[in-house]
Design a protein around this ligand. Structure first.
Ligand code: FUL
Length: 496
């Protein structure tokens, strides 16, 4: 397209035209770089683009003031006085969330939907005379407000008599089948790692110890989910096969504070069968599977609502710090917002969610890099398809790249007027894998380059927040990369 406008504007002679055609690469004529290492599936890519969604912990615990129910709670205790899924989903939407995951069943085994496979559900609660269905109410509200619905179904069931035995696994699969056929598209199934221990177990009590990787037939569970809802991302539920660990679509980020490791690679090794927290937090740079991280955290100290925590709701600024150390390290953030005994969010939580949403929107509304004249030390095949302007076009499917052998290129942005920024956002073009190891960003100060930020992994999103800096020139350096870079974005923002 660029070539075409040059020709028509200046109407060169036939000879000049021929020379131009021979020397100037035609946009789109250059082969894209080969992918490096493992790459995401379409399902994982769609999941990574969500970046931020909610978690809703709600069950009998809300009414017994517990975090973990024992499994002997009477369904009668579940009695929300004014359940309002609309209020909850709207508050999540205002915070900038793209979906939410509801605890259809927590460790206590109580089901928020009228499952045909157990008596231990809303069917036997006085709420709506046993005619209610909390999962349906959330599915409807999510659809209304444009959020995606995800479901948490605790593998550990402290109510079920057969827990830890093969019959329970069949029960568990039956429940998954119900959930994935009744409520429309489910974007994520969340398989908690907390598993096995003491419980009511149909009145038998005692301890039931299990091996998370082998007990639940995760392979069969996964096949069932793929069959029913192929687009649904599966969070955890990894299993051993021979001497390998078969990871699911996405993994835990290794802390319940919302933060993930720095760096947080998208890749994991299937060879490391014994995992520890650091594996989840950081991933493995040399990993052979794509398995991005999700950081989970609650807006309050507990996952369930407790009135005595009403004055411990995290502030918008605290949530922002978490956002930088989760989304800003390339992971997805799931923020828990627990309904109270009415079945609504407390006014304080709603207020914080609104303020946080405003802060996010105000920070990321205007990309200052958009006004830059941008040049690169290298462009793949000299082809504008891979030119540095792709970094500032606001599109995640176009990218700047270089010839295969060029691994430490740089880009310079020059601004017509000095800009003041304090947040940098970088994104790699994920379909080509995670390619960059180290990068740095400099600003032009007093006739010299000065380093402003430096980091390791980029991945889906890398955010760096510093002190405000005013400059008329910026330089992004790729310091080390495993393959020529494929960067989709270099954006600059100023926090309000
Ligand atoms: C943990 C559970 O034990 C907590 O109750 C909560 O659901 C949290 C998100 O995951 O493993």
């Amino acid at each position: 397209m660029m070539l075409k406008s040059v020709l028509s504007d200046h109407a060169p002679s036939a000879l000049v035209r021929l020379v131009i055609l021979c020397c100037v690469p035609v946009a789109g004529a250059t082969e894209p770089p080969a992918p490096y290492g493992p790459v995401p599936t379409a399902r994982q890519l769609a999941w990574q683009e969500l970046e931020f969604y909610g978690f809703v912990h709600f069950t009998v615990n809300t009414f017994t003031d517990q975090e973990w129910g024992f499994g002997d709670e009477q369904p009668a205790v579940f009695q929300p006085t004014e359940l309002n899924a609309d209020q909850i989903v709207a508050a999540c939407r205002d915070a900038g969330m793209k979906g939410l995951i509801l605890t259809a069943k927590h460790h206590d085994g109580f089901c928020l939907w009228p499952s045909q496979y157990t008596q231990h559900s809303v069917k036997h609660s006085p709420w709506k005379n046993g005619q209610g269905d909390v999962v349906q109410e959330f599915a409807t509200a999510c659809q209304k407000h444009g959020l995606k619905l995800g479901l948490y179904l605790s593998p550990w069931d402290r109510n079920h008599a057969e827990y830890g035995r093969p019959a329970y696994v069949e029960y568990y699969k039956d429940q998954i089948r119900e959930l994935l056929t009744r409520y429309g598209p489910v974007f994520e199934m969340w398989f908690d790692g907390a598993s096995g221990g003491s419980g009511y177990y149909g009145g038998q009590g005692g301890e039931r110890k299990i091996d998370y990787n082998t007990n639940y037939d995760w392979k069969g569970v996964r096949a069932l989910i793929r069959q029913l809802q192929p687009d649904c991302a599966i969070w955890c539920g990894q299993y051993r096969e021979g001497d390998q660990l078969v990871w699911a679509d996405c993994r835990w980020g290794g802390s319940e504070g919302g933060d993930v490791g720095d760096p947080c690679w998208n890749t994991l090794s299937s060879q490391r069968v014994e995992t520890d927290i650091a594996d989840y937090q950081h991933g493995h740079r040399d990993g052979d599977v794509w398995c991005p991280a999700e950081g989970d955290v609650s807006i309050r100290p507990g996952w369930f609502y407790h009135a005595h925590q009403d004055d411990q709701v995290k502030s918008p600024q605290q949530l922002m710090n978490i956002y930088y150390s989760c989304v800003g390290r390339g992971a997805n953030l799931i923020l828990n917002v627990p309904p109270d005994r009415r079945g609504q969010l407390h006014a304080k939580d709603v207020e914080v969610l609104q303020q946080f949403g405003q802060l996010l929107a105000a920070t990321f509304r205007h990309d200052l890099a958009g006004s830059a004249r941008i040049t690169a030390s290298h462009v793949r095949g000299g082809d504008p398809t891979f030119g540095p302007q792709q970094l500032v076009d606001g599109v995640r499917t176009t990218y700047w790249s270089t010839d295969d052998e060029v691994r430490t290129p740089e880009v310079v942005m020059e601004f017509p007027q000095p800009i003041t920024f304090n947040v940098v956002r970088l994104r790699e073009y994920l379909p080509l894998g995670q390619r960059v190891d180290d990068w740095a960003l400099d600003t032009w100060q007093d006739e010299a380059w000065q380093e402003y930020a430096r980091g390791t992994a980029i991945g889906a999103c890398r955010l760096v927040r510093g002190t405000p800096r005013t400059t008329s020139r910026i330089r992004l350096r790729i310091v080390r990369a495993a393959a020529c870079p494929a960067l989709a974005e270099c954006a600059l923002f100023a926090e309000p």
